[in-house]
Design a protein around this ligand. Structure first.
Ligand SMILES: [Cu+2]
Length: 122
């Protein structure tokens, strides 16, 4: 009985080890920072919006909506592969509430998405 138990533990340990070894080369990506921060009230309109990940992802969608609707970007991250992504609004952001929504594809093939809000103070 004890012998059988020991064998099972050994087998489970071996399978766990196999699981570790067979992890994909590219690990799962995580969002580690964004500018402005979620819920932040900024005194000055941000000149750029940023996303930072712990491993490269390709941004497939990046939209900013403000008080007057969708915000045009003079430079956007869509299509780019990297850990750090920036978007530059075409015009100075007027005071009000903004929402950023994004989607991306990590190197491990996983789809990622997120959104955050910030406010440009009057
Ligand atoms: Cu993943």
């Amino acid at each position: 009985m004890i012998k059988t138990w020991g064998k099972q533990v050994f087998l489970a340990g071996g399978l766990a080890l196999l699981g570790l070894v067979s992890q994909p080369l590219w690990a799962h990506a995580h969002l580690i920072d964004q500018v402005p921060a979620e819920g932040e009230v900024v005194a000055e309109p941000p000149e750029q919006l940023e996303l930072r990940f712990d491993s490269p992802i390709r941004i497939t969608q990046f939209e900013v909506h403000g008080p007057q609707g969708e915000i045009a970007l003079s430079d956007g991250p869509v299509g780019e592969m990297g850990e750090h992504h920036e978007a530059v609004p075409a015009d100075v952001l007027a005071p009000g509430e903004y929402r950023v929504t994004w989607r991306g594809l990590a190197e491990d093939g996983h789809t990622m998405s997120g959104d955050f809000r910030f406010t440009v103070d009057d």
